[in-house]
Design a protein around this ligand. Structure first.
Ligand code: GLC
Length: 548
C-alpha cells in the first residue's frame, strides 16, 4: 500500500488555490445570452452567481478566441481577442469584474502547441520559405516522396500535410488546420510570454495549458516505434484521445525540454500570483510527476487516469493512492472533461453510474491538490444521447471514430425545464440537448434538497470549512477489500467501492470521540452519529469528523 510521504506537505500550501475547488466551463455549451444557440461569455457572466452558490473558487473557461472552430476553438486564430460568437473583450472584462466580486478566479485556456491555419503567423509562414514566420512552425522536406516520418495525428491520418506552394510538409499532431508551433524557435517563446502577460493584465488568474506534454518534439523527428501491446500511456484507450495510434509516443511528447518552457512561464506568472495547470495527458504518474514536483514548473497538472479507469475497488484505490503519494499535492483531480465520456456514463450509467461518480467525488475532495468538476457533473449528468448524423467533433468527422466522439459529453447545460432548457432562446442549439429530463436541470435540482446538485454543494462547502481536508498527511486505511478510506488530520473519508454491502470498522479517534457524518452520499445520514461498525451500501461514501 502506498503510504510514505503521501501528501505529507503540499508544495502549494499557502498559495491561494490551496483548498480551492475548480470547475470547467465548456463555453460553447454553458449558457447562451444572445439566442444564437452557442454559449458565450455574457451567458457565463449571467450564470456566475450559480457557480458562486455551488461554492467553486476557480473557473477554467475553454477557448473563446477567434477561430474557424474546426476543433471548436482549440484552433486559435488570434490569441489576444474573442470570437464574435463568444462576445467581445469588453464581455471578458465584465466577466473578470463579476468573478472578482464573487471571489471566483478565472483561468484562461492557453493553446500553445498549435495555432489555427488561419492565424496570421501561419498564413505568413506558408507564403514562402523565407518568410520571417516560416520558422514559427515545423516544416520538413519530403522523405522518399512522402512525409518526413511516421507520426500520426490524434484525429486520424498522417501528422504531416504537404504544402504545394513551398514544397514542404508541415507538422500537425491534430487537424491539418492546427499546425504545430516550433518551440525550438526562441521567437515563439517570446510571443507566448507576451500572450501570458496580456491575459494576466486583463485579470486572468492563470492558465489551463492545452496539450502541455507535447510542445517540444525530439529535434531529429525520428519515427515513433510501432506499438507493442499497450502504449506509452500504459492503458488501452479506445477513445483515441490519449493513445490515438498504433505507435509508441516516444518522440512527439514528453521531451525534457518542455519543462524549460514551464520554468520560464512560472517566472512570468509569479509576478501576478498566477496559476499554471497543465493538461499533461500522461496516464503514468511517474511520467507526470516531473512536470509538477520540481517547484519551478507547472503548479498543478490534471491527472486523467480516473477518466480511463474501469470501476473496481482495486482501481479506485490504486489510481488515487499512487498519484496522491507521488505528486506532492500538485494534482488537479478530475473525473470528467469535454474530451471524455461523462463519468456517470463510464461508470455504468443511470443510478449506478451516478452513485459511483458521487462516491469518487467524495474521495477526491480530501486529497492533496485541487479537485475540478466538469460542468454538469454536479447534476449527475450522463452523456447526451445524439444521433450519428449530429456529429460535429473532428474525432468523429475525421477519424470516423464514433466511439471516441466527444460530442455526447459536450451537449448544452440543462438549466431549466422547457424548450431551450434555459440554455438558449434559439429553436435549437449548436449541438442537440441529448434527451435531458426535467430532473436533470439546475432549476429542479436546486429546489430539491436531496438532489445530486445539493450533495455536491455540501461536499464543496465541507471542503472549504474543513482545513484538515486540504492540508497535512494522508494515511490510507485499508490495503485491500471493498472499502477505500483515508484519514487526513482529524477527518476520515471512506467509500464502499465494492459491489456488495459491507460493514466497516471505523478507526479509533485519539480522543475516543464518536464519529459524525459531516457528509454522506445518502442524504439521510448527514450529521448522524456513526457507529464503530458502520454499514456501507455499495457506492456509499462518508466524510467523518469527530463528534463532541
Ligand atoms: C486538448 C483539448 C481538446 C483538443 C486538443 C487539441 O486535448 O482538451 O479538446 O481537441 O487539445 O487542441
Amino acid at each position: 500500500m502506498t503510504t510514505g510521504p503521501a501528501g505529507a506537505t503540499t508544495s502549494d500550501q499557502g498559495r491561494w488555490w490551496a483548498g480551492s475547488v475548480g470547475y470547467e466551463v465548456y463555453i460553447r455549451s454553458f449558457a447562451d445570452s444572445d439566442g444564437d444557440g452557442v454559449g458565450d461569455l455574457r451567458g457565463l457572466c449571467d450564470r456566475l452567481d450559480y457557480l458562486a452558490w455551488l461554492g467553486v473558487d476557480i473557473v477554467w473557461v475553454t477557448p473563446f478566441y477567434p477561430s474557424p472552430m474546426l476543433d471548436h476553438g482549440y484552433d486559435v486564430a488570434d490569441y489576444r481577442d474573442i470570437a464574435p460568437v463568444f462576445g467581445t473583450l469588453a464581455d471578458f472584462d465584465a466577466l473578470v469584474e463579476k468573478a472578482r466580486g464573487l471571489g471566483i478566479k478565472l483561468l484562461v485556456d492557453l493553446v500553445p502547441n498549435h495555432t489555427s491555419s488561419e492565424h496570421l503567423w501561419f498564413r505568413e509562414a506558408r507564403s514562402s520559405r523565407d518568410n520571417p514566420y516560416r520558422n514559427y512552425y515545423v516544416w520538413k522536406d519530403p522523405v522518399g516522396g512522402g512525409p518526413p516520418n511516421n507520426w500520426t495525428s490524434h484525429f486520424g491520418g498522417d501528422a504531416w500535410t504537404y504544402d504545394e506552394v513551398t514544397g514542404q510538409y508541415w507538422l500537425h499532431l491534430f487537424l491539418p488546420e492546427q499546425p504545430d508551433l516550433n518551440w525550438a524557435n526562441p521567437a515563439v517563446a517570446d510571443e507566448f510570454d507576451a500572450i501570458l502577460r496580456y491575459w494576466l493584465e486583463r485579470g486572468a488568474r492563470g492558465f489551463r495549458i492545452d496539450v502541455a506534454h507535447s510542445l517540444v518534439k525530439h529535434p531529429d523527428l525520428p519515427d515513433n516505434p510501432r506499438r507493442q501491446g499497450r502504449g506509452l500511456t500504459g492503458v488501452e484507450d479506445p477513445g483515441r484521445t490519449a493513445d490515438p495510434s498504433g505507435l509508441e509516443h516516444i518522440y512527439d511528447m514528453n521531451q525534457p525540454g518542455v519543462l524549460d518552457i514551464y520554468r520560464r512561464w512560472r517566472r512570468v506568472v509569479e509576478r501576478y500570483d498566477g496559476l499554471l495547470i497543465g493538461e499533461v495527458y500522461v496516464l503514468d504518474i511517474e511520467r507526470l510527476a516531473p512536470y509538477v514536483t520540481g517547484q519551478d514548473g507547472l503548479h498543478l497538472a490534471f491527472w486523467f487516469r480516473p477518466l480511463h479507469m474501469g470501476w473496481s475497488e482495486r482501481n479506485v484505490r490504486q489510481v488515487l493512492a499512487h498519484a496522491a503519494a507521488l505528486s506532492e499535492g500538485t494534482i488537479a483531480w478530475v473525473q470528467g472533461s469535454h474530451d471524455r465520456p461523462r463519468a456517470v456514463t463510464r461508470f455504468g450509467g443511470g443510478q449506478l453510474g451516478r452513485a459511483r461518480a458521487l462516491a469518487l467525488a467524495t474521495l477526491l475532495m480530501g486529497l492533496p491538490g485541487v479537485p475540478f468538476i466538469y460542468q454538469g457533473e454536479e447534476l449527475g449528468l450522463e452523456d447526451g444521447r445524439l444521433a450519428r448524423e449530429d456529429a460535429q467533433d473532428p474525432v468523429a468527422l475525421r477519424a470516423g471514430d464514433y466511439v471516441g466522439n466527444r460530442d455526447p459529453a459536450r451537449t448544452p447545460m440543462p438549466w431549466a425545464p422547457g424548450p431551450g432548457l434555459g440554455f438558449t432562446t434559439a429553436p435549437s442549439a449548436w449541438l442537440p440537448f441529448g434527451d435531458r429530463m426535467d430532473a436533470d436541470t439546475v432549476e429542479v435540482q436546486r429546489a430539491d434538497p436531496t438532489s445530486t446538485l445539493h450533495r455536491y454543494r455540501r461536499l464543496i462547502a465541507l471542503r472549504r470549512e474543513t482545513p484538515d481536508l486540504h492540508r497535512g498527511r494522508v494515511r490510507w486505511l485499508e490495503e485491500d477489500g471493498p472499502v477505500v478510506a483515508y484519514r487526513r488530520g482529524d477527518i476520515v473519508v471512506v467509500a464502499n467501492c465494492g459491489e456488495e454491502s459491507t460493514v466497516w470498522q471505523t478507526p479509533v479517534d485519539p480522543n475516543r470521540r464518536r464519529w459524525t457524518a459531516a457528509f454522506a452520499t445518502d442524504v439521510k445520514r448527514d450529521d448522524s452519529i456513526i457507529d464503530p461498525f458502520v454499514p456501507l451500501a455499495p457506492c456509499e461514501a462518508l466524510i467523518l469528523r469527530p463528534g463532541d
